[in-house]
Each structure stands twice: as C-alpha cells, then as structure tokens.
Design a protein around this ligand. Structure first.
Ligand SMILES: NC(=O)c1ccc[n+]([C@@H]2O[C@H](COP(=O)([O-])OP(=O)(O)OC[C@H]3O[C@@H](n4cnc5c(N)ncnc54)[C@H](OP(=O)(O)O)[C@@H]3O)[C@@H](O)[C@H]2O)c1
Length: 271
C-alpha cells in the first residue's frame, strides 16, 4: 500500500508529507524510528531539545536505508539562538545524528536573535550542512519580520495545528508565500481523538479518528508529524492513502477550531 506522498519545497527539494515525530519518545525512540522506517516512513522529526538525536541516528544507521532516501529534520534550541551559537549547535546535532547534513533545520521558537540565527543558517546551507531551512512556532508577524531581513524564504513553518487549533491567518499567509505548513501535535497530543464529530466521521469512513485527522491535514496540504511509540499506531497513522474525505467532511473538520493550544503561545513562552 502506498504510504507516502511528497511536497515540493520552495528550494525545489521534495519532502515526504508524513513524518514520525519523536518528542517525548524517550528510551523508545530508536525502536519507534526503526518501526516507522520498516513500515515506509522516510521522514523523521527530532530536535536538539528532545535529547534523542543519538537514538534517531542509531536507528538510521541500523535501518540500512540509503541516506538520500531519508529526510531528517532537527531544530536549533532557544538558548543557542539567544547566544548566537547556531553553527556550534548544528554541528553538535549532526554529530549526534551521525550525519553530514540535515534535510531540514528549523529555528525551534522565535527566541530573541532569531534573525541573526537564520542568516547564519543561510550560510550553513550554502556550505552544505543543511539542505533546507525553516522555522517553527513563528506566527504571521514573526514571518513578516523575518522575511524583511533575510535572503531565503523559509521552506517550512512548523506550528501547532490540529482540529482544535487552526491558525487560519498563518495557513493563508504560508500558502501565499510558498511556505509549507507542518502540523505539530496533529492529534492535539491525543486530545482531538475524543471529539464526537471526528468519531462520527471516522465511523462513516471505517477509519480511526487519528486517520481522519491526519487525512484532513494532508488534504489541506499540511505536513503531518504524528508521534507514537506503538507499532500498531505507527502503522495506522501511515495508512491514509486509500480514502479521501468528501468536501462536507472537510468543512466539518474546518469548523472544529477553538483556538485551543496544547502548547505555549509563541508570543508568550518562557524557555
Ligand atoms: N516544533 C515544536 O515546537 C513542536 C512541539 C511539539 C511537538 N512537535 C513535533 O510534533 C510531533 C507530534 O506532536 P505530539 O507528540 O505533541 O502529539 P501528537 O502526535 O498529536 O499526539 C501524540 C499522542 O497521541 C498518541 N497517539 C499517536 N497515534 C495514535 C493513534 N493512532 N491512536 C491513538 N493514540 C495515538 C501517542 O501515544 P503513544 O506514543 O503512546 O502511541 C501520543 O500520546 C512531536 O513528536 C514533535 O516531533 C514539535
């Protein structure tokens, strides 16, 4: 069964639209990544702050999959942004991952100094350590500020996006500017799986609530990073390509927004 589809980034590189997220996967990270890779995932989303880049690297090596067939994302942590340590932080991540380059490097949060960090990332991209650069937790106003000061448009913005948390303004801005939106916590860390309207759509298509949410995001052109450490869920979250949500169900999903964040507001974070 087909389990992947790709999106073309503004750099002209392609990125698989389904990734395994590994935040809070802890000691189970290596096994979860190996399970995902065995089941057709080719995109892994980690971060320096998750403390599991080494485990991701071990799984990549053990999988035996050719480097060019994988898409690996990691992120620059806030302290490194504030202290101007972008190059050091990237090289530390590469060492932990056991890689010569990452496919996507993101500024994790709009911490003070993010424009300088981004300009440094542009240089590191030109030097071959990064294939694509982007940001995370940037609202429209952060993106506008960034775009006014840098040379390369971010390939992606990774933001909390799920049925309960839909930033329509950001979604439209990304579309208009050729920035791919990636949804973190696509399942609302599990909370969205209990929404009655989603359960009822799931019954209609004989799919799970997780599959309905993930399929809805894909049909909106949003990249998905579901996290699981359980084999059956990792497999379930990838089986999204043998059905299509009808327009009326897309509209129902779109109508569930409550601007309810599971994580911090990017305008007000303290870490
Ligand atoms: N850029 C950022 O600031 C940022 C912030 C947060 C997250 N992220 C990224 O986004 C990824 C996903 O976000 P997330 O981990 O917060 O939340 P999520 O993917 O929305 O939800 C994960 C939770 O749902 C459960 N789950 C997964 N698939 C399921 C299924 N099919 N049925 C029932 N339960 C299921 C998982 O449990 P089990 O693991 O026990 O199966 C876990 O508790 C992260 O891993 C990370 O890569 C980025």
């Amino acid at each position: 069964m087909k389990i992947q589809t790709k999106v073309k980034l503004n750099s002209s590189n392609e990125m698989p639209m389904l990734a395994l997220g590994v935040w809070q996967s802890g000691e189970l990270t290596k096994q979860a990544v190996l399970t995902a890779l065995k089941n057709g995932y080719r995109h892994i989303d980690t971060a320096a702050a998750y403390g599991n880049e080494e485990a991701v690297g071990e799984a990549i090596k053990e999988s035996g999959i050719a480097r060019e067939d994988l898409f690996i994302t990691t992120k620059l942590w806030n302290e490194d942004v504030r202290q101007g340590k972008t190059e050091e932080a990237l090289k530390s991540s590469l060492k932990k991952l056991g890689l010569d380059y990452v496919d996507l490097y993101l500024i994790h949060w709009p911490a003070k100094g993010y424009v300088d960090a981004y300009l440094e990332m542009e240089k590191l991209m030109q030097a071959g350590y990064i294939k694509n650069i982007g940001v995370s937790n940037f609202k429209k106003h952060h993106l506008e500020h960034l775009l006014a000061h840098v040379h390369i448009i971010p390939a992606v913005d990774q933001m909390e996006f799920n049925p309960q948390m839909q930033d329509e303004e950001l979604y439209q801005f990304c579309k208009e500017n050729g920035i791919v939106l990636e949804a973190w916590s696509p399942l609302g860390s599990g909370a969205c799986l209990k929404i009655p309207a989603i359960i009822s759509i799931a019954e209609k298509y004989r799919k799970s609530p997780a599959q309905i949410i993930l399929r809805w995001l894909l049909q909106k052109g949003i990249v998905i990073l579901p996290k699981s450490v359980h084999e059956e869920r990792i497999i379930e979250n990838a089986h999204l390509f043998d059905f299509k949500l009808q327009e009326e169900d897309m509209e129902t999903m779109n109508s569930l927004n409550q601007n309810l964040r599971t994580g911090p507001d990017p305008d007000n974070f303290h870490f």
